[in-house]
Design a protein around this ligand. Structure first.
Ligand code: FAD
Length: 558
């Protein structure tokens, strides 16, 4: 296996909240070409794009990275088949093409996932429309070879998925998509930007803008960890705060013209044996919508809903009514499974930051992104999708580059993020990822670990697993799973800027969603590790414990 230092970005040692004081000192004493507000996938993409083109760039996130929408999506890097129905060919072409690019840049995080689209009596897609639709999809996104769509008859569809409803099934479309971990993708994009001397800080909230000659030239922030307010200077500022974009525009006194319409989307998680689909399925709901059922290791998750949302953005919850809607939809398509509320082991709910369009229902609102520029030159970007983050970033950074070139006549680089391997690699191709999982398995099997453990480590951390296994070697603990999770926690503390056990269990490892039992089993071990590494008081440990117990209660729905 390769050297660790070549796998971890060069100045990543500063990407730790153990170095909070030094990081904060550095930020206060610098002037940035660009400040990006918001550490979701949109802000992360902009950070990488801007830094790699030569701009001195800082990203500021008020909570943990990806704590907004970017940890609560369906976790698909997909072409958006349903946008074809809205004749949104441009969007399908862009995100369809982007899928393949993001897969190439991070194949351990963006993995191929075949999708089955069952055709049923009175369903929203007929055989002919599906066949043509999927063909157009392939053409727009340049899909080649065995990834091109196939049409299956009823028998073939049932062979692929025996749980489908035999009585009303007419056949199925079968096509290629990609599955990801949105929170890790966001984080790894930020870590990639560190290679280009970008700086990022979490738990730091923008409170106000600083103006010079009526132009935004800095921000006043509050550091939630150090409990301090300070000012940061910058030449340009991008507002990439997803569902909070209008709040920041309001702060800038520039909330005019198009505004956001937030819609809530909920996902439910079931043990795989309760919903034992053999592969991902995109299926009809009786009300005319479509939802996904996606198997992922020990669980299958289902989503999503799409309802207008005007409540508290800081506390978005899965309500029982959302859960019942999804459970009824699943029971309708898979009559043999008979799911109930009691079967839900976890869930999550997120907000889509969409652009308001009069007279359109939530599902009809366009997923296109839009850029607003205020009279004081605040650049805000909203809308869009996880899948299209790279192109959104390019468009936003182009606006900054235009301004710089106009003033200085400098020639900065054009966007080239389509060639920048995302942290966790590099990989030749997806096959190398599969071989690497086997290699890691061979290394850890003698210690008592399983194939699933090797898969989890590589699809979560990529080649950085080597650093985790080195830390594992240095820990004195008999129980191999306690020892491994301590090593993961130490890695995330030293190299991934966690500040709390919640950051670790929810966003760095996805355990709250996909392996809630392991969270329960290891909660105390991690609280001890938290106390040890962060030197926090017992009362702080208790506070974090109750935060996590609350998160478990909310996601279990009972
Ligand atoms: P966010 O991720 O919300 O990031 C904005 C950040 O700004 C937040 O972290 C917030 O804390 C921070 N912030 C706010 N105010 C401040 C402040 N004052 N100071 C500092 N920071 C601040 N797309 C896909 O491509 N594939 C999918 O499968 C998919 N599924 C989806 C399913 C659902 C249910 C939803 C809701 C969306 C889905 N999307 C999907 C869309 C995608 O998830 C979003 O478009 C994307 O995550 C938005 O990212 P963002 O960075 O713009 O916003």
């Amino acid at each position: 296996m390769g050297s660790i230092e070549s796998i971890l970005p060069m100045n990543i040692k500063t990407f730790s909240n153990l170095n909070r004081q030094e990081n904060s000192h550095e930020i206060r004493n610098n002037t940035y070409d660009l400040i990006v507000i918001g550490g979701g996938i949109t802000g992360a993409g902009i950070l990488l794009d801007a830094a790699s083109r030569g701009l001195k760039t800082l990203l500021i996130e008020k909570g943990d990275y990806s704590s907004g929408t970017s940890s609560k999506s369906t976790k698909l890097i997909h072409g958006g088949l349903r946008y074809l129905k809205q004749f949104d060919f441009w969007l399908v072409k862009e995100v369809g093409t982007e899928r393949a690019i993001v897969h190439k840049l991070a194949p351990h995080l963006v993995q191929p996932e075949k999708m089955l689209l069952p055709l049923v009596e009175k369903g929203s897609y007929g055989k002919w429309l599906t066949s043509i639709g999927l063909k157009i999809y392939d053409i727009l996104a340049d899909v080649e070879g065995e990834d091109q769509r196939q049409m299956l008859d009823k028998k073939q569809a049932l062979e692929k998925e025996p749980l489908l409803p035999k009585k009303i099934l007419k056949g199925a479309g079968y096509y290629a998509e990609y599955r990801t971990d949105d929170a890790r993708l966001t984080l790894e994009v930020i870590k990639t930007a560190l290679r280009y001397d970008a700086v990022a800080i979490n738990y730091t909230e923008v409170l106000e803008f600083i103006y010079k000659d009526n132009l935004v030239k800095g921000v006043k922030v509050f550091d939630h960890l150090l409990k301090e307010e300070y000012k940061i200077d910058a030449t340009h500022i991008i507002n990439a705060t997803g569902p909070w974009v209008d709040d920041i525009r309001h702060l800038n006194k520039s909330l005019q013209g198009d505004t956001l319409q937030l819609t809530k989307g909920v996902h439910l998680v079931f043990p795989h044996e309760k919903l034992p689909v053999t592969q991902s399925i995109y299926f009809d709901v009786p009300d005319g919508r479509m939802i996904f059922a996606i198997p992922r290791a020990k669980v299958t998750y289902v989503g999503t809903t799409d309802t207008l949302y005007n409540k508290n953005k800081e506390e978005v919850r899965t309500e029982v009514v959302d859960a019942i809607y999804l459970i009824e939809a699943v029971n309708h398509m898979f009559p043999k499974v008979n799911l109930t509320l009691e079967d839900v082991v976890s869930s999550w709910a997120g907000l889509r930051p969409l652009i308001q369009q009069e007279g359109k229902s939530p599902s009809e609102l366009s997923r296109k992104d839009e850029i607003f520029i205020s009279p004081s030159d605040l650049i805000s970007i909203a809308g869009g999708k996880l899948t299209g983050y790279r192109k959104m970033a390019e468009r936003a950074v182009d606006k900054v580059i235009d301004r710089i070139e106009k003033h200085k006549g400098d020639l900065l680089k054009n966007c080239y993020t389509d060639t920048i391997t995302i942290s966790g690699g590099p990989w030749e191709n997806y096959n190398e990822v599969l071989q690497y999982i086997q290699k890691v398995f061979k290394n850890i099997e003698p210690l008592g670990f399983t194939q699933h453990d090797a898969w989890f480590l590589v699809t979560t951390y990529g080649k950085q697993v080597e650093k985790i296994l080195k830390i594992y070697d240095s820990i004195n603990e008999k129980d191999i799973y306690k020892r491994l999770i301590q090593a993961e926690f130490q890695f995330c503390t030293e190299y991934e800027m966690i500040a709390t056990p919640s950051d670790f269990f929810i966003r760095r490892t996805g355990r709250l969603f996909f392996d809630i039992q392991s969270l329960k089993d290891h909660l105390d071990t991690i609280l001890q590790a938290y106390k040890y590494h962060f030197k926090v008081s017992d009362s702080q440990v208790e506070k974090e414990k109750s935060k996590l117990l609350n998160a478990i209660k909310n996601s279990e729905l009972h």
